[in-house]
Design a protein around this ligand. Sequence first.
Ligand SMILES: [Zn+2]
Length: 426
Amino acid sequence: MTDRVPDASLPALAASVDESRQWARLMGMATLGAIPEDGVNRAALTELDRQARRLLIEWAQEAGLTVSIDDMANLFLRHEGTDPAAEPVLTGSHMDSQPNGGRFDGIWGVVAGLEAVQAIREAGLTTRRPIEIVAWTNEEGGRFAPGCMGSMAWSGHSAPNTWDAVTDLNGITFRAALDEQLALEADLPRRPLGPVGPQRPVAYVEAHIEQGPRLENDLLDIGVVTGIQGSRWFVVDIKGRSDHAGTSPVSLRQDAVQDMVRAINALNTLTHDPSDVLRFTVGRIEVHPNTSNSVADHVRFTIDLRHPEADILREKGDAIAATVQSALQHCTATVTERFNALPTAFPALVPDAVEQAAHALGLRPLRMPSGAFHDAQFMVPVCPTGMIFVPSKGGISHHPSEYTSPGQLAAGTRVLAATLLELANR
Ligand SMILES: [Zn+2]
């Protein structure tokens, strides 16, 4: 590959990535929504989310970047290139967390983008192209399901009004929460939604914790992500009839819990995979009326199905509704698909740049797929895309004990900085 990062600039760039500044920022962010045991609960489009965004904006403006948001409240921080008309390189991730989440998932990718761009500037380096850092709205889907709404709308995967009627546990609609956010951030310049005109990026790079054990187990520094496995989410509603647990004969019941058990057993058979690659999860069950001495008249449960091969994900996912229906004995069911992200492979440009940057910095990289989905998945149709992983202690994420050391994070940010510098000077 030509246009490599000049070796002369790499040591200065690496030295300008400030490990303690980045760590202090992450710990500052972790106070916004702090929960016991070092956890974070910072849901999208909440007051805590807005506080985190204001903090980020403060740091970005101090660093000389300009700020804008779009109609999905995706937040952009822009470093100007020597050719301001050139298409930008885009990096970033998300700032929302799972309800019982940790201090690094998502937020590190945003803070790392800022640290990387600041390091480029503080090392006295320039880039021909602008670099933009994005914080995508509602990646986690913890408050409003599904996740990745900001990047799905931005990339054109889904219309921006797709989720207007989705409600959180308090009955607040996504549209109402988004409108509130946009009103409270009306002072921020508004940009058009999507990769339109000069906003279309030439590449997207997302830094993220691994959320799995491979890098730690193999004593490696950097995951060069080659693609993302596909995910399909479903909601199953089983309707029966409520009866008294003591007086109604079992044979006459329409017991929604019993039919749910039959449905899940049938789904376990459908999704059984001797190679243990297919991932089938029922993670949420709501029972009505949810009392110990009543037969349930309504059960709602979620299905999360993942596989790296599109054909298998399609075949198994398409069979879910019929499998549920044929398992029922006394009740009726509806199966609704809420999210469908087919597997993606990243083209060579960004993974190659990430791998070369890691080698040039003396780090140990590993090419690997991502088991979790990310905003990056939706960027693949827009531009060459890639991700940088850093090790996760014990492979744990979506939990307060999520941990990556300051040094491991700084190494990842150095790789990101070198990758951005290389891509932004192409
Ligand atoms: Zn994440």
